[in-house]
Write a protein that binds this ligand. Structure first.
Ligand SMILES: [Zn+2]
Length: 368
């Protein structure tokens, strides 16, 4: 490797010269975390485990601006911003030290713009849009475009795009607007994270109805499609988008059988265990030749932001899947999904993939 971290050449040991450092363990290219929410880093351990997704979403809405249930003093939001910045900064350190080099990061605010300006990591910012009522679609989109602009103006090398939050929080009108606004771009969406999402689309039944009622959202306009969630939202995107579909916990083989769009299926196993105490359908995704990538989700639903802990969790629950396969998901597949495989994801001449040493159950970043 050259001094700036790019791969100079891959050579056999007997041609490597004298300056060779022997290492124990596995040397891997840097990890790609395809799904994170760095701006929720102040929510570590705020929401209890195993609430189920609908209750989790409710608690995120109520607690993200008041995680510690404080009485709101005059300078509360200033203090909270400081807490958020410190938590995000600690989270980036954890990502970096445990070997992550690039992140697909969901943004609902511009809180992380400054942090990302001088970050040692590559970020693709997915500025998320939600609104389950058609009437708010244009307004919500305009707000998200302002946030997107703050990331673009920060002038970083990163990728930036708008993205729908989830099928249960995006109206038909908003899906249509997003399809227009994201032509040819990379987008991300939370998909089939709970069974209730399919129930909503198939029959307009299930736990989401209580959520809307609790939030005072009238969903009289919503017509069930009679199809599962992914079969209902995917057809909205017909302008050449590349899609990272996140979670897919309740996705079936039938759901993915006829997907024409280039989709990466992002697995966040620890978040699934944290929120719903269930496992992603990894065998089904593998059997169907899906492009699998890994993500941590946020501190609100994970004990850490460490891709190697995701790998270990997969090994624990799916012992028949080889480490080689899982490492591919965490590196080259992730880089391809984020469209950064010219630089990241594998040891090839000219790439600058980062260097991770895996030994004794721990992954740590090595300086090149
Ligand atoms: Zn998420």
């Amino acid at each position: 490797m050259t001094s700036n971290g790019s791969v100079d050449a891959i050579v056999p040991e007997n041609e490597a010269g004298d300056d060779v450092q022997p290492l124990n363990g596995i040397l891997s290219p840097g990890f790609i975390n395809a799904h994170c929410h760095i701006e929720l880093s102040h929510m570590k351990a705020v929401i209890p485990e195993h609430t189920g997704l609908v209750e989790f979403v409710k608690q995120i809405i109520y607690k993200r601006e008041n995680p510690f249930s404080e009485n709101l003093s005059e300078d509360y939001f200033e203090k909270l911003l400081d807490i958020k910045h410190k938590a995000m900064s600690r989270a980036v350190d954890e990502l970096y030290n445990s070997g992550t080099v690039a992140v697909g990061d969901i943004c609902n605010t511009a809180d992380s713009v400054e942090l990302k300006k001088d970050s040692p990591l590559y970020w693709h910012n997915f500025v998320e849009v939600s609104g389950f009522v058609d009437a708010v679609a244009a307004k919500r989109l305009a707000t998200a475009e302002d946030i997107l602009l703050s990331f673009i103006k920060a002038g970083a090398k990163e990728g930036n795009s708008l993205s729908p939050h989830a099928p249960y929080s995006v109206s038909a009108a908003l899906f249509k607007l997003l399809n227009e606004k994201t032509t040819g771009q990379l987008i991300s969406i939370h998909n089939q994270e709970t069974l209730a999402e399919n129930e909503l689309y198939i029959n307009k039944t299930g736990a989401f109805l209580e959520l809307y009622e609790g939030l005072g959202i009238n969903i009289d306009h919503f017509l069930p499609t009679g199809k599962t969630s992914i079969k209902s939202w995917l057809p909205y995107f017909n302008n050449g988008q590349k899609i990272i579909s996140v979670h897919n916990t309740f996705t079936s083989a039938d759901d993915i059988a006829h997907n024409a769009s280039p989709i990466s299926y992002c697995v966040c196993i620890n978040a699934n265990l944290y929120i719903e105490n269930c496992l992603p359908p990894l065998d089904m995704l593998m059997d169907n030749g899906c492009h699998i990538v890994l993500g941590t989700d946020s501190y609100a639903s994970n004990w850490q932001l460490n891709i190697f802990e995701e790998i270990k969790s997969i090994q624990q629950h799916f012992p028949h899947i080889s480490l080689e396969n899982i490492l591919k998901w965490a590196t080259s597949n992730g880089a391809r999904a984020l469209g950064i495989d010219d630089f990241f994801g594998s040891f090839e001449k000219g790439k600058k993939p980062g260097l991770v040493l895996i030994d004794a159950g721990i992954a740590r970043r090595m300086e090149a």
